[in-house]
Write a protein that binds this ligand. Sequence first.
Ligand code: BGC
Length: 532
Amino acid sequence: MSLLKDVHAHLILVRNERMLAFLQLTWASSLSFPSDFKFGSATASYQVEGGWDADGKGPSIWDRYVHEFPGDIKGNATGDVAGDSYHQWREDVKAAAKMKLQFYRFSINWPRVLPTGFANEINPAGVKYYSDLIDALLAEGIEPIVTIFHWELPVKMQDLGGWTNPLIVKWFGDYARVVYTLYADRVKTWLTLNEPNTVCDYFYNSGVFATRIKESDFAPFLCNKHMMLAHATAYRIFDKEFRPKYKGKISIAPHALWIEPATPEDEALAELGRQHQLGRYSHPIYSKEGGWPPSVEKVMLEHSLQQGHTESRLPAFTEQEIEFMKGTADYYAMNQYTTYVIRPSKAGDEAGMWFLTGSPELQATLYHPEKATYGTAYILPVYPEGMRKMMSWVKQQYGDYPILITENGFSSTGSQLDDHQRVDYIKNYLEQILLAMYKDKVKVMGYTAWSLIDSFEWMDGYETKFGLYEIDYNHPNRTRTPRLSSFYYSCVIAERSLDVAESCYKKDSSKVSSDDKNEIDKKYSPPVNDEL
Ligand code: BGC
């Protein structure tokens, strides 16, 4: 009974605070977004494409992983078919067009274009697939935003050490050059790597996810170094060989986990945590001095020497490398979902795992904010206030880079077309973005709702859903059905404001005018196989 009371009191508190954010906005500024603010949505290749071995595609580490260790993934799921976007991509463009998205962020599956990963052999069918998708988006007035790497490393490269091998810096550069050669005439906004900190820190520290390698001492830091250099290489190639002719901007999208101190005394530790989490992936690019964040460099050296190593496990950069990486982003991209709390570890605490439960190097423990609420993904506590704090921190650390939120979304389960919680989530996070813009004077380019359609949610298979559109995984065509959140989001986009009509909170397809609907429907051929 008292637990129920606590939960109730907690929810009232959360609701009151969110109400306050809303009032702050209406009093002080505006619920409207500036005219240059862009709204979009996103997916990633392995999570939606399927066609895992279609038409000359080579295998990625995810193809190999799901086939070799099916039991690792909920429901023994694989991405073999997923949302079948490899065949149903017109339906994705249609969904994006119905919402009147201004951009659609998708990623290129490395071995679909280069079957072995190396640039000596190109797969024409893969090239055509992305080319057609880009053309169809542009025809709808939707800007394609392309991520070059969202975790599908070609197996051959993993077998050569993957991101722990320094040669990958060049291999990634060669791959990026191929992609620019093919698409830079039409793609003007690029992201090199999706969540390098998730790939290096979370994956190697946990040993789950596709490499299945658990090695916490060296792998995360070697991977970190090589990902920074690979990003900078791809940026320099773009800048020198393509930008003069095609224009365009390019960045990298880390997982921007906001870290709160447990008590005011823990602020210095929280700051060290932020540098460890995001600084290692941003400082080399955006800071004036370049290289690793000095506070992390110091802690890593001390810890490594204590362990009997003769040098830091965080590998040094040369002066030349520091210069090479500095300034290699035209805007600041971030995936922002969540906030954790940090406190010093106590005797008896288990050595934490960065960035989920703590850090042996920082001697710190991480846990979830008490005020958080939850969707299905437990590791992503919902905490909208963290969005504003994260954005303001980036401005304070690195200056006035325009920020693009490249992912933010709510996880649900089961078939839920009336996804009121996702609607609230989007509204609450957008409110915090407005506060960051109007109160903290942060420059913001736009917002990306994750995800356009349901997708293969990595270790969670298909049980956890983020889509604005639901996918029917029992239908051979993987039919897409709009959720309430897609209607709400299209209202926000149409009004360019959070001040939308009451009807936007109810599912009502009349919000897409019937003229628009027919226009859009007419343009797309019916799905290939509609028999069932
Ligand atoms: C990743 C996505 C993933 C999402 C939700 C992000 O870390 O970039 O691939 O689906 O989080 O878990």
